[in-house]
Design a protein around this ligand. Structure first.
Ligand SMILES: Cc1ncc(COP(=O)(O)O)c(C=O)c1O
Length: 396
């Protein structure tokens, strides 16, 4: 049990709700699943794994990822500062959007490889940082539709240290392998001397599947395909393949615990009024995504769902405030004071908390591998929204 009832009971009593609950065991298992699959196909030494910081953004959890041998993918200076502040060091790489000259200077100064995303940036980089390793993102889409990335027709006549591609979040294994094939063709045709080929993130995750094996990206299938392609395109052994997964490492490592405030019964269904809100986890609503849900009584015994349907209502006045959209099966007997525990809220969830509607941020806790429970993030303050408000307007 990665989220044991005993620990949940303690969390509800001592920390209260709404609260994000993470499992150290699941984070470790998720990194090992990827590296283990790479190992099975003889690719362990060739794969550089960098977990996307922005998908969760809690430095304490990235310390665990580091311990498992993965690096960290950054995209803004703030992220670097946050990790420094928390004392999380180690291998990092940066895949941002458009960079100013100052930002390029910043990353070069830190000695962290950065994937540039336009010819304009490449020109600045070459003229100001001739000695630093050059890397840039290439748009592999047929139509050249990616917001940032150098288009195929623009490929510069330089010899980069590495290049980066990105297939888009939630991609299937088939799409990612099509993308890697395109990247390897670029290697052969244009940049046969690069040291790294960065294949980006975007590894799909199935939120409605009922086991971890079915939810997670099929790493065995992926590495099997990658191995074949590496041979087919004669990519030399010393060329490292960089991967930047976020969702696959964090999604099922976090869950969201809510309290039921009241059950509002209607003729056809009921509204389960919770202390949750879409503002805590907007991505589920934006992506029209449902999650698997568990219901617990006050004694933290799980309640079986019935034929009854209900909607998980949020706690703000916004008419569309559901924790996630659509109805779900609910237990026959459910009442105020019971709990809702939502699966797969570890990636693109707590970190997307919106200030809109003035709800303070949730706290975050971790169930450690030894069963202990620690708080990682304090619950926000009622005044959070106005924390930067000046006492009086200040003349500039
Ligand atoms: C460049 C880049 N790398 C990695 C990721 C992480 O993707 P995912 O969490 O879908 O694996 C993203 C997501 O937007 C990205 O833009």
């Amino acid at each position: 049990m990665d989220f044991p009832n005993k620990q949940l009971k303690t969390i509800a009593r001592l920390e209260g709700t709404p609260v994000f609950v993470y499992s150290e065991a699941v984070i470790r298992r998720n990194v090992r699943r990827i590296l283990g699959a790479a190992d099975r196909y003889g690719l362990r030494e060739r794969i550089g794994l960098y977990a996307a910081y922005f998908c969760n953004s809690n430095p304490h959890l990235f310390r665990i990822v580091r311990e498992e041998g993965a690096g960290i993918l950054l995209q803004t200076k703030e992220e670097y500062v946050q990790l420094q502040q928390a004392g999380v060091r180690g291998n990092m790489t940066v895949s941002p959007a458009v960079l100013s000259d100052d930002e390029i200077d910043f990353w070069v100064k830190q000695n962290i490889p950065v994937n540039l995303s336009s010819l304009e940036e490449v020109r600045y980089f070459i003229s100001h940082h001739k000695e630093a390793p050059l890397s840039f993102r290439i748009d592999l889409t047929k139509e050249g539709k990616q917001r940032t990335a150098i288009k195929r027709y623009q490929l510069p006549a330089v010899a980069p240290h590495s290049f980066h591609v990105y297939a888009g979040t939630g991609s299937s294994c088939k799409k990612l392998l099509k993308n890697s094939r395109e990247a390897f063709k670029i290697f052969q045709d244009f940049f046969p001397n690069v040291q790294h080929i960065n294949l980006g993130g975007g590894f799909g995750f199935d939120y409605l599947a009922n086991t971890a094996d079915k939810k997670h990206f099929s790493w065995d299938q992926y590495f099997k395909g990658l191995k074949t392609q590496l041979e087919e395109y004669k990519i030399p052994k010393q060329v490292k393949i960089i991967l930047e997964p976020g969702r696959d490492i964090f999604a099922d490592a976090g869950r969201f615990l809510l309290s039921i405030k009241r059950i509002i019964a209607h003729r056809r269904n009921s509204k389960i009024a919770t202390d949750g809100s879409y503002v805590y986890v907007p991505s589920s609503t934006i992506r029209k995504r449902q999650h698997r849900v568990h219901f617990f009584g006050q004694d933290f015994k799980e309640m079986k769902v019935s034929a009854k349907r209900g909607f998980l209502s949020g706690c703000t006045t916004l008419s569309s405030d559901y924790v996630f959209p659509g109805s779900i099966a609910v237990p026959e007997k459910i009442s105020a004071g019971d709990f809702v525990f939502i699966e797969d809220m570890g990636a693109y969830a707590a970190t997307q908390h919106m200030e809109f509607l003035n709800k303070k941020p949730c706290s975050e806790v971790l169930i450690k591998a030894d069963g202990g429970v620690v708080r990682l993030t304090r619950r926000g303050d009622d005044n959070d929204k106005i924390r930067y408000l000046t006492n009086q307007p200040i003349q500039l």
